[in-house]
Ligand binder design. Structure first.
Ligand code: HEM
Length: 753
């Protein structure tokens, strides 16, 4: 078995499990809470904590100074069979306060009560100012050695394996906001290298709204909910956002990325990632190159459909984090290739006329190909969300020897910002000692004391030079792999608050992005601008943004203006001559279907012969089958995951119809509003709605046997991406082939070329 292929891993797991149990009920779909099924009665026989779930990881059990401890990871959180106080005294009762008689009053001396309530009262810490909503996973990065020729960074040497923790996030929403809103996504990776931690703190878009970090509070204040009513949550479709980006036009490039399908990813697993800024790599001889970092998902870039995203916001606001955890649990480990675009380190710091210090610009891959330097695999979910995902603290200044920053003014401001915010968010200066942040390299700093100090420092001389501690710690040189501050020349220049003239072009690359899109992607961009501006209250803001669109492309401007009922203005700058970059489009290629969800509608009274086989084949193809039936429990001995009442098309990447079930007893508008959609169909109206929605969202739909009747009643039979097979296996195979292209885009001819 080739264990590097997630689909093969899943198939192996499936076959092993089926062989062992010989039962079509196994393996079950991912998502079970807890590592063992609960008993019906409350367990009372004392025993130690249950082991974590198989797919759960945890931070390494290192000391605050990076040394391995060998302590089992579970022992860091809890130990022993008995309930105790925080100081380890065993407790008899945690259900009643200590009282003077059963009817009280409660006694002030009840330390257990006070400790329990005091701790609970302080369970919350400030959420991140931005990127508050996120999900993380552990994994490993394996270098292929291609970067050895340009950097001395040890973790990029061929075959080196480095543990990583990745946190994905949205930017605007609060911690409890929905996952699938239109927004940029954070893609932050902590590499625990043996030369010090490297944090690559990027996004799923290669450009940023602003060129100078001093504008960050402005763009974020504009994007966040209005300060008076605190609405809307996690949205850019409101006046303050469009007010800012239409006035501060350097934001237009990032804005079109947000308005494109990139703003609504299908999954974290199907996002590209970008370091955005240009970084500087330095090799052993001191030679330097400039680079941009890219993450390329093995599953391709895949996005949601806008209506689908909106439905998911209500139906499953945890859609992305659930998808990440479920995929890892199912063994469909998400993978990305890390790549670099390499540019000569010239004094101008430009490439093909593009200013490499301007974070609102890309370098098209056709001009500078992305060269793979290693593979990231996420293979463990966190054991505890707060301890790991919430307390992780990334910082662009966490750099190992061999990687350095450039003078990009956005990057420079970020170097200040993250430490500063984490000081408040994590309650003191010692957050590098929190388990998830502990380095895997020796730490011997001279930082001392402070809130929540975990290290027990020895010695008397946390200063240099000293003789009292024997001179320790000593400065390292090249031979000891000290960090290299590359001695770049700094221009002799007057002190100014100004941007270089090369930062002035705000529209040409926006046009480049627009012209690189396929027709259906352009339709989506038109729709997104029209929707978002349509939600704005003030006409002046809409008109101002239309002016920006006119400077990008007349067709884009006209289409949006039509939707808004406003005239399309003429451009105020000459339209740029641009060479489209096909690499920017996410349509037109094929990708593996690992970890995608297939809904299978079954009729308990119909022919179920093929269903067990199809379910097994879906697992074997590396995907997850969810059976949808009139009621829960089992149908034909197969476990049902969704009923017609609980299922919604947006959970599935494809729908298979194994039958045409008659309306179930609960198909009543009074019981389930979804049942009100049709008159008196012979098929359950919720099944018809499921298929209609899946069709609207350009998903593959397959049927066999009686299932074809559902296609007939919904009127979708014969349309692109709707297939019938002589057997379940045939229908699944056709659907699987369609899923390789992510969506059935030819279902909707585009009106813009
Ligand atoms: C290229 C532009 C930027 C990118 C790609 C970016 C990316 C990110 C990411 C991925 C996170 C989430 C980290 C996590 O998961 O914990 C984050 C958080 C944050 N970013 Fe940025 N950011 C950018 C610009 C800025 C700027 C210019 C500032 C401020 C001057 C800033 C301030 C912050 C702050 C305060 C946080 C919260 C950090 C924390 O509480 O730990 N970001 N950013």
């Amino acid at each position: 078995m080739d264990s590097s292929k997630p689909a093969q891993v899943v198939k192996g797991v499936v076959e092993a499990a089926v062989e062992k149990v010989g039962d079509v009920l196994t393996p079950d779909v991912p998502g079970a809470p807890g590592s063992a099924p609960p008993s019906l009665d409350e367990p009372t026989a004392p025993h130690g904590p249950l082991p974590p779930k198989d797919e759960q990881g945890a931070p390494d059990t290192r000391t605050p100074t990076g040394a391995e401890t060998g302590v089992p990871k579970i022992a860091k959180g809890q130990q022993g069979a008995y309930l105790t106080t925080a100081n380890g005294a065993r407790l008899r009762d945690t259900d009643h306060s200590l009282k003077a008689g059963p009817r009280g009053p409660v006694l002030l001396q009840d330390h257990h009560l006070r400790e329990k309530i005091m701790h609970f009262d302080h369970e919350r810490i400030p959420e991140r100012v931005v990127h508050a909503r996120g999900a993380g996973a552990h994994g490993v990065f394996v270098a292929n050695g291609a970067a050895e020729k340009v950097t001395r960074a040890g973790f990029l040497k061929k075959g080196r394996e480095t543990p990583v923790f990745v946190r994905f996030s949205t930017v605007l929403g609060s911690r409890g906001s929905a996952d699938t809103v239109r927004d940029t996504r954070g893609f932050a990776t902590k590499f625990y290298t043996d030369e010090g931690t490297f944090d690559l703190v990027g996004n799923n878009m290669p450009v940023f709204f602003i060129q100078d970090a001093i504008k960050f509070p402005d763009i974020i204040h504009a994007g966040k909910p209005h300060p008076d009513r605190e609405i809307p949550q996690a949205q850019s479709a409101h006046d303050t956002f469009w007010d800012f980006v239409s006035l501060h036009t350097e934001a237009q490039h990032h804005t079109i990325w947000n308005m494109s399908d990139r703003g609504i990813p299908r999954s974290y697993r199907t996002m590209e990632g970008f370091g955005v800024h240009t970084f500087r790599l330095v090799d052993d001889a001191g030679a330097t190159v400039l680079v941009k970092f890219h993450w390329k998902p093995k599953l391709g870039v895949h996005s949601l459909e806008w209506e689908e995203a909106q439905l998911i916001n209500g139906i499953d606001p945890d859609f992305h984090r659930r998808d990440l955890y479920d995929a890892i649990e199912a063994g469909a480990y998400p993978e990305w290739e890390l790549g670099i675009q390499v540019f000569p380190d010239t004094p101008e710091e430009t490439f093909a006329g593009i200013d490499l210090l301007d974070p609102t610009k890309i370098v098209p891959e056709e001009l500078a190909p992305v060269q793979p330097i290693g593979t990231l695999t996420l293979n463990r979910t966190p054991r505890n969300f707060f301890a790991e995902t919430e307390q992780v603290a990334f910082h662009l200044g966490h750099l190992p020897p061999g990687i350095d920053v450039t003078n990009d003014p956005l990057l420079q401001g970020r170097l200040f910002s993250y430490l500063d915010t984490q000081l408040t968010r994590l309650g003191g200066p010692n957050f590098p000692q929190i388990p998830i942040n502990r380095p895997h390299a020796d730490v011997n700093d001279m930082l001392r004391d402070g809130f929540h100090q975990q290290a027990v420092h020895a010695g008397v001389a946390p200063y240099r030079p000293n003789s009292l501690d024997g001179g320790n710690p000593f400065p390292a040189g090249d031979r000891e792999h000290a960090f290299v501050d590359v001695p770049v020349t700094v221009a002799e220049a007057p002190k100014v608050r100004a941007a270089p003239a090369s930062f002035d072009d705000h529209f040409s690359q926006v046009r480049l992005f627009w012209t690189s899109m396929s027709p259906v992607e352009k339709e989506h961009i038109v729709r997104a601008y029209t929707f978002e501006l349509g939600k704005c209250y003030h006409q002046a803001i809409k008109e101002r943004q239309l002016q920006c669109l006119a400077n990008i492309d007349p067709v884009l401007c006209e289409q949006v203006a039509t939707g808004l009922g406003l005239p399309a203005p003429q451009p105020t700058v000459p339209l740029a001559e641009v060479q489209p970059s096909p690499a920017l489009s996410q349509v037109g290629r094929e990708w593996p279907a690992d970890g995608r969800m297939v809904g299978i509608v079954v009729d308990a009274d119909g022919d179920l012969d093929d269903v067990g086989e199809v379910r097994r084949a879906v697992f074997a193809a590396g995907m997850v089958p969810l059976l949808i039936a009139a009621h829960g429990g089992t149908v034909g001995g197969l476990p049902v995951q969704r009923t017609f009442a609980t299922a919604r098309s947006v959970e599935f990447d494809a729908v298979l119809l194994a039958g045409a079930p008659a309306p179930a007893p609960d198909a009543l508008p009074a019981r389930d509003a979804k049942a009100g959609a049709a008159g008196s169909p012979t098929v359950d109206p919720r099944v018809l709605l499921l298929v209609e929605e899946a069709w609207r969202h350009a998903k593959a739909i397959g049927a066999w046997g009686a299932g074809a009747e559902v296609l007939r009643q919904t009127g979708v039979a014969g349309s692109p991406g709707v297939v019938t097979g002589g057997s379940g296996a045939e229908a699944l195979e056709s659907v699987r082939r369609l899923m390789a292209a992510h969506r059935v885009w030819e279902r909707f001819p585009a009106s813009v070329a």
